[in-house]
Design a protein around this ligand. Structure first.
Ligand code: NCD
Length: 304
């Protein structure tokens, strides 16, 4: 039995298979409509979510399966003091696979160690978010045609943004990528990730101003300032509007640059950018459903 805790849990070859399967699903979704007949997905979300939870649920339903679960800790027995270990033991009796989001780093890992069914980390604190990374990689592969050989700018909250932490780890396995980290001083990429980049001899730079680097990017990955992970509101207010991607800024970008964002967006991308053909964040949300369908099939060893 396999779980998914970090994007590195799959080899590059295994990921390619998942992306190929997602591509087949995109082309002919009907062929997959009964693959999970009689199966259940449990979504155990101890932290708010729209896309991740609903895209998991939509993915399971598209495969013919059913969904059970909870969307906040207060409506689960966690409110009575139950541990995630006990919760997953019980969920193992009810469902075939579980997607878990938790504000504490490592909680899905603890659950996986006690679980009788595959557990998918759907985001743990500021740590990892592997299924968002699968979504991001599938989007890049589909829109750019390859997973290596470009300059990618990651902009915004690089300190607390788990999507960025997961994505960098995953991209470090592909060739010829230049990383441009764009953040205010207070939200710089954590040291442990810089250490990993140095160990792997990765090519990277850290800058504060987006305008200075816009022209050289092939991909711009925008992120939200993670309010819920700040220790004080004053810092959040000071930093929340540090970057706003506007039509004017898009004039500085290459004609084939793509803009990604895991969403939700707050102020960091002006809505006027949505009509730019380079804005790919809503397409990215659609790819998130295909890739989660492929992931569920892979972890449950199912074929169409
Ligand atoms: C991200 C998350 O939850 O980390 N959203 C998502 O899963 N699509 C990003 C965020 O909340 O800013």
């Amino acid at each position: 039995m396999r779980h998914l805790m970090s994007p590195l849990d799959f080899t590059v070859e295994e990921l390619d298979k998942i992306f190929d399967l997602a591509g087949e699903i995109e082309k002919d979704p009907k062929r997959f409509a009964h693959v999970c007949d009689g199966k259940k997905l449990a979504t155990c979300f101890y932290e708010p979510s729209t896309r991740t939870r609903l895209s998991f649920e939509a993915a399971m339903m598209n495969l013919g399966g059913n969904v059970i679960g909870f969307s906040e800790a207060s409506s689960s027995s966690a409110a009575k003091g139950e541990s995630v270990s006990d919760t997953i033991r019980v969920i193992s009796c009810y469902a075939d696979i579980c997607a878990m989001r938790h504000p504490k780093e490592g909680a899905p890992m603890v659950a996986a160690s006690k679980s009788l069914i595959p557990v998918i980390n759907a985001g743990d604190g500021g740590h990892q978010h592997p299924t968002q990374t699968l979504t991001d990689l599938l989007t890049i592969r589909s829109l750019k045609g390859r997973l290596g050989g470009y300059t990618i700018g990651l902009c915004g909250d690089l300190k607390f943004g788990r999507t960025v932490h997961s994505l960098i780890r995953a991209l470090l396995r592909y060739d010829n990528i230049h990383f441009v980290f764009i953040s205010p001083e207070e939200l710089k990429i954590p040291d442990y990730i810089i250490d990993e980049l140095n160990e792997k001899n990765a090519s990277y730079e850290e800058v504060i101003k987006l305008d200075d680097v816009m022209g050289k990017l092939d991909i711009l990955y925008m992120t939200r300032v993670q309010r819920e992970r700040f220790f004080n509101e004053e810092d959040y207010i000071r930093l929340k509007n540090f970057y706003i991607l506007t039509k004017e800024k898009m004039l500085l970008a290459k004609p084939d640059m793509i803009v990604l964002h895991p969403l939700p967006r707050v102020n960091e991308i002006s809505v006027e950018v949505d009509d730019d053909p380079r804005a790919a964040y809503f397409k990215q949300a659609q790819y998130g459903v295909y890739v989660r369908m492929a992931l569920i099939m892979t972890l449950l060893n199912l074929e169409a």
